[in-house]
Design a binder for this molecule. Structure first.
Ligand code: PLP
Ligand code: COI
Length: 361
């Protein structure tokens, strides 16, 4: 247990219910921010200190701050949901706290205490609970992150850091929540290499994915499918989501975890729920040419993306430089739909949670 405690300083002038309702009417993703934020400081020799939850405001940053030059930064993404009784709940914040620690280790950042991380999420949701949309696909997206703030241009782990968490009222990540997405297979760009930072949730991975994402957008696709960096053959994940494949015999396949894939919490939850639902689940490499052939020959019936932002989003069409193919009739399939319902029911407290994933705030 860490002895870090958060001083809570409520916003002196929070936005009114009318102002909130106006910006939350159609929130989209990551555009509408709440009134508060979490801040804590780290200094070498002192450890983590000055932990507060306070009014959201701009942060002063020296232009020499290490994060601006060498990208020593990590982040997380998790959601709070409005429950049927009008309360609020978090989904597996302890899993995010653990992954945040692993990301910190990979980026040579001092880890943030896991219990303080979970406590900060609870306190922020308590203060900003009015910002949780009560629509079917609405939630409060929490974005914890850490940045190296030491003003120094030498290349070494910094001696000063800031931990922050901001919160955003969100709807669906994709424009049409009831539709499938079209994905672009990136043949030129890869996302992460063995021994690199692919399994860490660091901003640099996302910066490196943007050229491929622009290519995808230019091709009319919503997400990028990244292949392994060695053989350029095995499917790893999407730019911001893990991926699953469903076969006609009911088998579910997802690429195995490695140091070049983000260890998704939704992925882990889906694996558990699928096994409990009686599906055969395999974590094994799956090649892009096998995907094409399995769709062409009718063996693969569905594919879906999963992640905190995406929840479970079926993939309709896959496009590449040479050819494109459509999965089934291009619409959401029954397995993705069933797994999504199982997951969302736990997240929103509509069903018994046998796994200890649902945390009431
Ligand atoms: N893969 C990448 C690259 C991501 O950014 C995300 C989103 O966080 C995921 C997978 C899914 O992870 P999670 O289910 O923990 O949100
Ligand atoms: C998340 O799902 O939390 C992510 O970080 C992915 C990104 C597309 C927002």
């Amino acid at each position: 247990m860490s002895d870090l405690t958060f001083e809570i300083k409520s916003h002196p002038n929070p936005r009114s219910a009318e102002e909130r309702a106006a910006v939350m009417a159609n929130p989209g993703f990551g555009k509408v921010f709440t009134d508060h934020m979490v801040v804590a400081r780290y200094s070498a020799g002192r450890g983590w200190h000055d932990a507060q939850i306070k009014a959201r405001e701009a942060i002063p940053l020296d232009p020499a701050a290490a994060v601006l030059h060498y990208a020593q930064e990590i982040f997380e993404g998790l959601k709070a949901y409005r429950t049927a009784d009008g309360g609020a709940a978090l989904f597996r914040p302890d899993a995010n706290a653990r992954r945040f620690r692993h990301s910190a280790e990979r980026l040579a950042i001092p880890p943030f205490p896991e219990d303080a991380f979970v406590q900060a999420m609870h306190e922020l949701v308590k203060l900003d609970r009015a910002w949780i949309p009560d629509t079917a696909d609405g939630s409060l997206y929490l974005r914890p992150f850490m940045i190296a703030t030491e003003a120094f241009l030498g290349v070494k782990p910094a001696s000063e850091y800031l931990f922050l968490t901001i919160a955003s009222a969100v709807g669906s990540y994709f424009k049409d929540p009831n539709s499938t997405v079209t994905v672009w297979v990136s043949e030129h760009y890869t996302r992460a290499a063995p021994g690199g930072t692919g399994a860490a949730k660091c901003g640099g991975n996302y910066a490196a994915s943007l050229a491929a994402q622009s290519e995808a957008t230019a091709q009319g696709c919503e997400q990028v499918v990244f292949l392994d960096a060695v053989e350029r053959r095995y499917i790893e994940e999407l730019g911001g989501m893990n991926v699953f494949f469903v076969f006609e015999d009911g088998t579910l396949v997802t690429p195995p975890l490695s140091d070049s894939i983000l260890h998704g919490i939704t992925r882990d939850s889906v694996l558990t729920l699928a096994k409990e639902a009686g599906l055969t689940v395999k974590e094994e490499p799956y090649a892009i040419d096998a995907w094409r052939a399995d769709v062409r020959e009718g063996r693969l019936t569905e594919a879906f993306a999963c992640g905190t932002a995406a929840v479970i989003t079926p993939i309709g069409t896959v496009k590449g430089r040479e050819e494109s193919f459509t999965i089934g009739n291009g619409k959401a399939g029954p397995v993705a739909q069933k797994l999504r319902n199982l997951l969302v029911d736990i997240q929103r407290g509509n069903t018994n949670d046998a796994h200890g994933w649902f945390q009431k705030v």
